[in-house]
Design a protein around this ligand. Structure first.
Ligand SMILES: Cc1ncc(C[n+]2csc(CCOP(=O)(O)OP(=O)(O)O)c2C)c(N)n1
Length: 323
């Protein structure tokens, strides 16, 4: 299917926004300006954006510890995210969540999640709510290859099949769970076959190509929306930064990262595909690069100038009903 010019520009802008966001926070973290822990998503942009371009604002997603890209792809306010990561009161979660706990229910972002395998059951719960209310929405669970080994994922997949829920399990296989190779840690080395074992359609695709991701997700999202039940999509992806910021990545081969950045960069692949097919001009994409770079500069400047939460804020948004 031919995507409209506006859709192509929007997809590129979202992917570029994720990349620049991650590069900015990496710099700021290295300079000691960001508290806590960061897991960067750069390299995997086509996975989040290729899926979320198929979703409506009422559809929901659940994410992982590597969640910035999913948040941006689903429509979270980027400035609010930057303030959140800087721990400011004006952040999306009042500065109390930080990188691993960004959530915004208004745009269907159920939350990043520090628990590996934590979000598949949440997405299944959301899909059960959607089916019960018959509201036609779909839930998407984003996981990593490591998360795909968790028992919570298996239980979630089984229940989704038994109840025929409108949920899609996306497994972004970036080759590693922390520093352990997926080829070692996944017994079958085939997470799609394992998902298929639960009784749902499951495919493995190239997660560096936006168009492949978009088309595959479109098919399964439509089916889920039409009551045809769950599916799993394994996206072969690459991550450009370490598992966490500060990871020396000693488990990588010599020159591996340079090769990945040269040959498997989903932004470069997108640019070649759309310019060679004369769908967009280089100038269109360059203009977006500039606009996004300016926006990131401003987001960082405003985050640094914003106020931190104060002591009384500690008691806001806390459920004390069980005390
Ligand atoms: C239940 C649980 N076990 C272990 C961890 C520690 N941990 C954090 S990230 C991670 C690796 C996750 O790998 P993967 O699911 O492939 O995601 P990726 O980091 O590659 O995006 C681990 C083991 C955790 N946060 N939660």
């Amino acid at each position: 299917m031919q995507l409209s010019r506006d859709k192509l520009l929007d997809a590129y802008k979202r992917m570029r926004t994720i990349r620049d966001f991650e590069e900015k926070v990496s710099e700021e973290f290295a300079a000691g300006n960001i508290p806590g822990f960061l897991h960067l998503y750069a390299g995997q942009e086509a996975c989040a954006v290729g899926m979320c371009e198929n979703l409506t604002p009422d559809d929901v997603i659940g994410s992982t510890h590597r969640g910035h890209g999913h948040c941006i792809a689903k429509g979270c306010d980027v400035e609010g995210m930057m303030h959140e990561i800087f721990g400011r009161k004006s952040g999306l979660c009042g500065g109390k969540g930080g990188s691993m706990h960004i959530a915004d229910l208004d745009v269907g972002m159920l939350g990043a999640n520090g628990i590996v395998g934590g979000n598949p059951p949440l997405a299944v719960g959301a899909a059960l709510a959607a089916k019960t209310k018959k509201n036609g929405t779909v839930a998407v669970s984003f996981s990593g290859d490591g998360s795909s080994n968790q028992g919570t994922t298996f239980e979630a997949m089984n229940l989704a099949v038994v109840l025929q829920l409108p949920v899609i399990f996306v497994i972004e296989n970036n080759g590693f769970g922390e520093g352990t190779a997926a080829s070692y840690a996944i017994g079958t080395n085939d997470p799609a076959a394992r998902a298929a074992g639960f009784g749902m359609p499951a495919v493995t695709i190239d997660g560096t190509d936006f168009f492949t991701v978009y088309e595959t997700c479109r098919e399964f999202v439509e089916k889920a929306r039409n009551g045809e039940g769950p599916a799993a999509i394994v996206m072969e992806a690459v991550r450009f930064y370490g598992h966490f910021e500060g990871d020396p990545q000693l488990y990588r081969g010599d020159g591996e990262l340079d090769m990945l950045r040269n040959e498997k960069d989903c932004l470069k692949i997108f640019r070649s595909r759309v310019t060679e097919a004369k769908l967009l001009e280089h100038a269109d994409l360059d203009a977006i690069d500039q606009e996004v770079a300016d926006r990131m500069e401003k987001a960082v400047t405003s985050a640094k100038a914003a106020a931190f939460p104060e002591a009384p804020d500690l008691q806001a948004d806390v459920d004390v009903s069980c005390l």
